[in-house]
Design a protein around this ligand. Structure first.
Ligand code: DO4
Ligand code: MG
Length: 343
């Protein structure tokens, strides 16, 4: 079962939850149904009976509801009355009920390239990326980090911002698993989506301690979508992803990669990251968690010399029904907030 969240400006309420049925969307929200994955889980018994039992009830109750065209929603922009939202979110009154964490260097190419770029930038062997890759492969601690606030993660057809002092912005194409906490206090892996962990590789290469700034900024520093695939409907063993960059309609970059459990470097695969994440950061009732699995696709300087520029379109595809995630790059507006301090 595949779901999406969408906005309908002509109706009341924050957002709608839709079930993908071939090339149509069944609106599960119309006539009093759930408005989000969060509500389905925590408001309509998902935490008691399991996510998919609650989803089945919502589908049964919505049989007479309206249907929309999937292609129309995927093509819609933010200014259209009906447009796509992020596939998973906290409720409007508490967006921080969604926690956004990411893994790093779980794929060999990414570890190797980062090591090379760090050496080029500094002249020294930095030796953190390959060391972390090997440590994790031997059952050690994976790299896990938080990515901005949930508001800085945007959906399909929304813009990712590029700060003015960016050195080299690159897309990172990552599978995402989604979690909730059931009424018995157990973490449930409820589904999957895809995402872009946009990164300023330029400043990251200069010094790994720049990582928080390389990963986090205002506006939008990540994206998710377009579709959410329920856990039972997603084979996370071997997932093919691609990333294309279009500038003025012309392809200026393209890469494909393999992710999924079979392509993670660690013993016990995803479970290893889940153990490490949730033992330090247990989920609270009412929270959802997304975990980006790290990128198998890296755009080195030889692939994309100056990185992403304002106006570029980043197009990511994820196999298994998640679909194609489009985001344009825009400049992060600059402020004059320092006039007072600077005198
Ligand atoms: O170590 C830096 C970040 C790694 C990362 O984001 C990735 O491998 O995807
Ligand atoms: Mg990443």
């Amino acid at each position: 079962m595949r779901l999406l969240q969408f906005v309908d400006r002509t109706a009341t309420g924050p957002r709608h939850l839709g079930l993908v049925d071939a090339d149509e969307i069944l609106d599960l929200t119309q006539n009093g149904g759930p408005t989000s994955i969060h509500e389905l889980y925590y408001g309509l018994g998902g935490d008691q009976d399991g996510f998919e039992a609650a989803l089945q009830r919502a589908i049964d109750a919505a049989s007479g509801n309206r249907r929309l065209g999937l292609a129309d929603l995927l093509a819609a922009s933010q200014t259209d009355d009906l447009h796509l939202d992020v596939p998973v979110s906290g409720p409007d009154e508490n967006p921080h009920a969604l926690r956004v964490w990411l893994a790093g260097v779980t794929h060999e190419d990414s570890a190797k390239l980062r090591e090379i770029e760090a050496k080029q930038a500094t002249g020294d062997a930095v030796n953190v990326y390959e060391a972390k890759y090997r440590e994790c492969a031997a059952g050690g601690r994976p790299e896990l980090f938080s990515k901005g606030e949930p508001e800085t993660v945007v959906g399909h057809n929304r813009a990712i911002t590029r700060p003015a002092d960016t050195e080299r912005l690159v897309p990172e194409t990552e599978l995402i698993s989604v979690y909730a906490l059931n009424a018995a206090g157990q973490v449930e892996r409820i589904g999957y989506t895809g995402g872009n962990d946009a990164t300023d590789n330029g400043i990251e290469a200069t010094n790994p301690l720049n990582l928080p700034q390389a990963k986090n900024w205002s506006g939008a520093c990540a994206s998710m979508g377009p579709l959410f695939v329920a856990a039972s409907a997603y084979d996370d063993a071997d997932v093919t992803v691609s990333c294309e960059i279009l500038r003025d309609g012309q392809r200026v970059g393209f890469k494909e990669g393999k992710t999924g459990q079979a392509n993670l470097n660690m013993p016990d695969g995803l479970l290893h990251m889940e153990r490490m994440l949730f033992r330090r950061l247990p989920l609270e009732p009412g929270q959802l968690q997304v975990l980006y699995w790290a990128t198998p696709i890296v755009f080195a300087e030889s692939d994309l010399a100056d990185g992403l520029q304002a106006g570029d379109l980043v197009r990511m595809t994820f196999s298994g029904g998640i679909g194609t995630l489009d985001n344009t790059i825009v400049s992060l507006p600059q402020t004059d907030q320092l006039r007072l301090l600077e005198g």
